[in-house]
Design a protein around this ligand. Sequence first.
Ligand code: ATP
Length: 604
Amino acid sequence: MSAVAATGVTGEDRSDLSKEESRRIRQRSLRLLGSLIAPMRGRVILTLVVVVISTVLQVAGPALIGIGVDQGLAALRSDDWAPLAWTALTYLVTGVGGALSISWYTVSSAQISQAILIELRTRTFLHTQRLSLEFHESYTSGRIISRQTSDLDSIRELLDSGINQLVQGALYSGFIAIAIFTVDWVSGVVLLCSLVPLYFLIRWFQKRSQKLFRVQRVASAKLIVHFVETMTGIRAVKAFRKEKRNEREFGALVEDYRKVNADTIQLFGIFDPGLVMIGNITVAIALLIGGFRVVSGSLAIGSLLAVLLYARRFFDPMEEMAMFYNSYQSAAAALEKISGVLEEEPSVPEPAHPTKLDGAHGHVLFDDVSFHYKPGRDVLPQFRLDIPAGQTIALVGSTGAGKSTLAKLVSRFYDPSFGKITLDGVDLRELSSEDLRRAIVMVTQEAYLFSGSVADNIALGKPDATIEEIQRAAQAVGAHEFIASLPDGYDTDVNKRGGRVSAGQRQLISFARAFLANPAVLILDEATSSLDIPSERLVQEALQTLLADRTAVIIAHRLSTVAIADRVLVMEHGRIVEDGTPAELIGGTGRFAQLHAAWRDSLV
Ligand SMILES: Nc1ncnc2c1ncn2[C@@H]1O[C@H](COP(=O)(O)OP(=O)(O)OP(=O)(O)O)[C@@H](O)[C@H]1O
């Protein structure tokens, strides 16, 4: 992640951002929003124009009723029905026009917001996937899930209803105020007076709701985190009988969530009737004053009618407008976080002009390499390691010695801090990721299987493989028999009941995947989980087939694996402290000889 203050996701957890940093983050999310809207600028403007027209049409109603009553009825008394008929017709036309335009802009704005969300969701997914392992090792999956779910939801809420309600609501109330002043300025003054209590009510509501909504979001996030943690760690939960404690913890979280929801409902229980009250009082005062003025002849009865209808409607959009601020705030926070993720750059970049590598041999050289995750703490101090093509290396050493780090460097999940790693003389940094992944394949400890069939999972190693090639790979590593005995053979879904495979079988599938990929260099983090003896033998035989004719670096946890290696490297505190053939090291008096003796004893 970048070292510059508050770039990328670094500003996410900080509450001490300087003004300059906050401004930069705000600008970053506005730029993102701008880039999302830009392709639809024309459509957005057209929709806004239709919203304005639609609002004018809706606001025309009461004025037309007033005109109908005052002028239409007067003309009708002298047998001229045309003005009343024309007013009624205009009323009908504006009503239908209003309805049609509402229907059009509702659909149009929903399409715009959908397009924006899909674009944002896709960008976030593709970008997060493109980011290097360094990012994923520090940015937890929980946070990535939040970006893709609750953050996008907040933005959806704002786009779907918030903006519509704000634009439409503000225009509606604004036009109504103008209409009232046009029809009768005295009633306009009454309406103006109602703004004072309205202002205080809305301010009170916003202050309270802002706090409550924040608490509500935190409470619901805690519930989700607790749930996800429990379910992903379900084995540990059961093994340590944590169920009762979880039940209590979850119960407390649910209670917090219930309480804040109850408080929110109570808040609306005061705010909504408050709005209705202010509306009713305004209408009552307008009626009282207007009534006297009608009798005294200074106000036409139709105008009074129009004013009363307007005053009633003036308060309709107030609740949505007050709510807008909340949805705006959570959407703005969400957009800031998403724009932070999108600002991150892969720490292992693609070369601009890659060196072509056809048919790698597998000669790997660590050329005076040193490596640190964080500056100042060398995990691998400077070293040189030459691995000739075709050699099988077993890496052993105590936990934290740096074995996985070395393996991650060969796979180019990280770049060395100093020096370079070459494959057949080419710096890994100069290889396109396609060539790199074809030449170097890493088989991880957990032997991850994706949802889909067994065949799909093996074919990951070579997406265009035929079923015969897949079967040949499975046969080579000794996985064919058990796969053939699965309910649907190679088509068995690994996630369905009956398709469940054991840990050893999962490893064999991942070996078949690597065999099919046929890389020049194979990196293997051997599974630590102990297998039963027949499975262990099967895996060892498979391993020998897999290692033949290629360079291999194995993080070895089993004595039997070390035995089949050409060369053993013993690591301590990031340094290679012993380097030799298994026989040489066993015969010696060093660290490996001790380790070997302890291993052998444990087997007796
Ligand atoms: N992503 C990371 N960020 C910071 N430090 C890390 C990271 N991964 C590993 N380390 C540190 O680097 C050192 C070497 O870790 P590494 O995982 O390479 O050891 P290892 O020999 O593979 O251990 P094990 O056998 O337990 O897997 C350790 O001190 C570890 O704390």
